[in-house]
Design a protein around this ligand. Structure first.
Ligand code: UDX
Length: 437
């Protein structure tokens, strides 16, 4: 099929390359000329395992190209909207400027029977409003909402073999035609038995935000238990293992630590609260404010733990911060708890040396005041405290004996509960976790 993808950020770049990998003829469009140039040269503008490989093979096959001009969308049958919906300045609501601009920009280039397929995460009610706009423009094109559930670090796999496909379809006669087009786009996944939920616009929009709200709630639930564990001497990781054996609960997304961050969960729960309030149903998701508050408290707890462990003497102490990205296998520092902890410790006067396998360039741009080291062993040299805040494999597998020879004081604070306390203590370290004795 001929496909256009408007917006080549995280979502769009992966989507465009994955669609070409699946055999479609794809044009990715973005207003950012630098990004378009990088992608056209086969370079991923961000760290994502597997993306450069498929970019490269798709470019060589001739099935993928990139452009800064929306006019190049002309001739495609399906137009994916994959632009960002950031948190609006001065409030929790989503900023839909880019979504509106993308749809408006497409209108002059649409042909009857084309399908606009929205992928961006939007407040419920957006698709219906956009559909009215498309209809009013008299293009004869249709609109569907097809949310994306990709996780950073697994984005290519999640796009090519998703857990499920959700189609928010127009009402009436257009529904079967829109569904046929989406089934054709995803023929490989559909043929492999991937479940398809065909619903209306509102349901599809809500599926996405409620999935993220649920995941955020699960993480904050276990972090709330960590707070209780901290005052009772219980161990939250054992607690998570034990409740996780119940298949109704499940162990995944029950890792207590410094909490969630990234470009999705924090902004999506805030936008959901804002939208529910607009709809007069604020009380239905009022608990998400608690989810957000618990999450932000954990970063503070981590900072307090470091300060307390250093005997309230952080000033000029060398604190090595292992990790800056909001999670491993990513260079993304948007709303990153790890970066936040580093910045707060630096603000308290600690001599912070932060390191990360991928996220240093993005962190320098935002916080040039921090000290950085690209090499983990350099970063650890003569540290008074070591703080693990992003659980990259190379930090999880550090050898306490070897690291013990580099530091000044054997004090480790594990903000992700991924180290074995006994092993570190046996090597002479003071080990402190989050919600662990
Ligand atoms: C999330 C959703 O998982 C994905 O389906 C959606 O499309 C976009 O948002 P992503 O932001 O890539 O994906 O990250 P995810 O793996 O969900 O992790 C989010 C945050 O939660 C990270 O900061 C991670 O460190 C944290 N987390 C995750 C925990 O603190 N504990 C856990 O048990 C799991």
């Amino acid at each position: 099929m001929r496909i256009s993808v408007i917006g080549c950020g995280y979502l769009g770049a992966v989507h465009a390359a994955s669609m070409a990998e699946l055999g479609h003829d794809v044009v990715g469009i973005d207003v950012d000329a630098g990004k378009v140039q990088a992608l056209a040269a086969g370079r991923a503008p961000f760290f994502e395992p597997g993306l450069e490989e498929i970019l490269d093979s798709a470019m060589r096959s001739g099935r993928l190209r990139f452009s800064t001009s929306t006019a190049d969308a002309k001739g495609a049958q399906v137009h994916f909207i994959a632009v960002g919906t950031p948190q609006a300045r001065g409030g929790g609501a989503a900023d839909l400027t880019y979504v509106h601009a993308a749809v408006d920009g497409l209108l002059p280039h649409l042909s009857p029977g084309d399908l606009i397929a929205g992928k961006s995460t939007v407040p419920v009610g957006t698709a219906a409003r956009l559909a009215e706009r498309v209809e009013a423009a008299g293009t004869g094109a249709m609109l569907a909402w097809n949310p994306e559930f990709l996780r950073e670090g697994y984005a290519v796999k999640d796009t090519i073999s998703p857990d499920r496909l959700v189609y928010g379809l127009p009402s009436g006669d257009a529904a079967p035609a829109a569904r046929r087009l989406l089934d054709e786009v995803y023929a490989t996944a559909v043929g492999n038995g991937t479940p398809v939920v065909a619903a209306d616009y509102a349901t599809a929009e809500l599926v996405k935000v409620s999935a993220n709200a649920f995941l955020a709630t699960k993480i904050s639930f276990i972090n709330a238990m960590a707070e209780i564990a901290e005052v009772t001497g219980a161990d939250v990781t054992q607690l998570a293992d034990a409740i996780g054996y119940d298949p109704r609960i499940g162990r995944r997304f029950l890792n207590a630590g410094i909490g969630f961050g990234g470009g999705c969960l924090p902004k999506d729960i805030r936008a959901f609260v804002a939208r529910a309030e607009e709809l007069g149903r604020g009380e239905s998701v009022d608990f998400l404010k608690q989810v957000d508050a618990i999450n932000l408290r954990r970063r503070q707890r981590m900072v307090d733990l470091v300060v307390e462990s250093l005997g309230d003497q952080v000033y000029k102490k060398k604190v090595t911060v292992l990790g800056l990205a909001f999670k491993p296998d990513s260079d993304d520092v948007r709303d990153s708890p790890a970066l936040d902890v580093a910045v707060q410790l630096n603000g308290l006067g600690a001599h912070v040396i932060a390191t990360d396998p991928a996220a240093i360039p993005n962190s320098i741009r935002l916080h040039p005041q921090l000290g950085f080291a690209t090499d983990t062993l350099d970063a650890l040299h003569e540290a008074d405290a070591v703080v693990l805040v992003t659980e990259w494999k190379e930090y999880r597998t550090l050898d306490p004996v070897e690291v013990g020879r580099l530091v000044r004081d054997k004090l480790i604070i594990d903000g992700r509960n991924v180290l074995d306390p006994e092993r570190w203590r046996a090597a002479g370290w003071t080990y402190r976790g989050m919600g662990r004795p």
